[in-house]
Design a protein around this ligand. Structure first.
Ligand SMILES: [Zn+2]
Length: 320
């Protein structure tokens, strides 16, 4: 009996031991296999580039193609001057390998989030660091109420000039090479050529507008870079500011109506963030047509090139 019991115990221990050896072997094998999967010859993970608004995002996508992941947390159609990121968007920004921002106060609602991310070590590329910044000039229709919006204030709407954008993409390509060893030399050469062609295309489109009619009245002061590049005069704005988020006084509107009548402008261009009711009232009281202009929103094909040529065409049609 005793011998038989010892034998059973031995068998059972032996089984347990074999089971242990087998299962350990399986675990080890699977560890080795998974180790092979993560290190053995696989391509390194793509970098995450977060861009603060859609128009700049379209250009960064053209530049990096499939060599990096481009994320634009702000939905197209929202106003970049005041869009407020959610907790999830803030997490996306904090986890970015690189944040591409416009700068010059454009990202009004994101300022705190962006500053916090930068101070915690997230890399940043600021588009406005790579262009010749335009400053608000004398007689451009911005009265001296808000100290940030007076003559000499820096204009953030740099995407309204394809050649400023060309400087931005060239600088970003250099930075991607330097910081991430990401070679986009083929794409940047192509993009620079397309931006030169776009500039020529806009010149051709606006050529139809007589010099005397190249006067712009817009929702807020967003067309300064365009005006500077293509020979337009900024006559007045409904919201007297570089942002769509400023107050409008009755006195400002009365002044604007006077300016519109005196300068004989052909159209009033409204934008994202402009009150349609206010624009329509000014239009009716001055007898000038009101035309919508998509200055902060991408067209349905998501292309910067369509965006700019559409703007030029709407302006040409409105002022002819
Ligand atoms: Zn704007």
């Amino acid at each position: 009996m005793e011998d038989a019991e010892i034998a059973r115990e031995f068998q059972s221990n032996g089984m347990k031991k074999w089971f242990y050896i087998l299962s350990t072997g399986l675990v080890l094998t699977s560890l080795v296999l998974s180790g092979c999967q993560s290190t053995g010859g696989a391509t390194p993970a793509k970098k995450n580039i977060v861009v603060t608004y859609s128009v700049l995002g379209a250009l960064v996508k053209d530049l990096v193609s499939d060599k990096a992941v481009v994320i634009v947390p702000m939905p197209n159609g929202q106003d970049p001057h005041d869009w407020d990121p959610s907790a999830k968007d803030i997490e996306t920004i904090n986890k970015a390998d690189l944040v591409v921002q416009n700068g010059l106060g454009l990202e009004g609602g994101m300022e705190k989030t962006l500053a916090t991310a930068e101070s915690s070590g997230v890399k940043f590329f600021t588009a406005s660091d790579h262009i010749t910044v335009r400053h608000v000039g004398q007689g451009e229709g911005i009265p001296s109420g808000d100290p940030d919006q007076t003559i000499g204030a820096s204009d953030p709407h740099l995407w309204m000039d394809p050649l400023s954008i060309k400087s931005v993409v060239t600088a970003l390509a250099d930075e991607l090479k330097k910081d991430f060893n990401l070679d986009v030399s083929g794409q940047v050469a192509d993009l620079e050529k397309r931006l030169d062609n776009l500039n020529k295309q806009v010149v051709d489109i606006v050529a139809a507008i007589p010099q005397a009619d190249r006067k712009l009245v817009t929702g807020h002061e967003s067309m300064g870079y365009f005006a500077q590049r293509y020979g337009f005069k900024l006559v007045g704005v409904i919201i007297p500011s570089l942002t769509s988020q400023a107050e409008v006084s009755a006195a400002d509107l009365a002044e604007l109506k006077k300016t519109i009548l005196q300068s004989q402008v052909k159209a009033i261009f409204t934008e994202l963030g402009t009150s349609p009711a206010v624009a329509d009232t000014i239009g009716k009281e001055t007898g000038v047509k009101v035309v919508e202009l998509a200055t902060h929103v991408l067209p349905s094909d998501g292309s910067y090139f369509t965006f700019m040529s559409d703007i030029a065409q709407v302006i040409a049609d409105g002022l002819k």
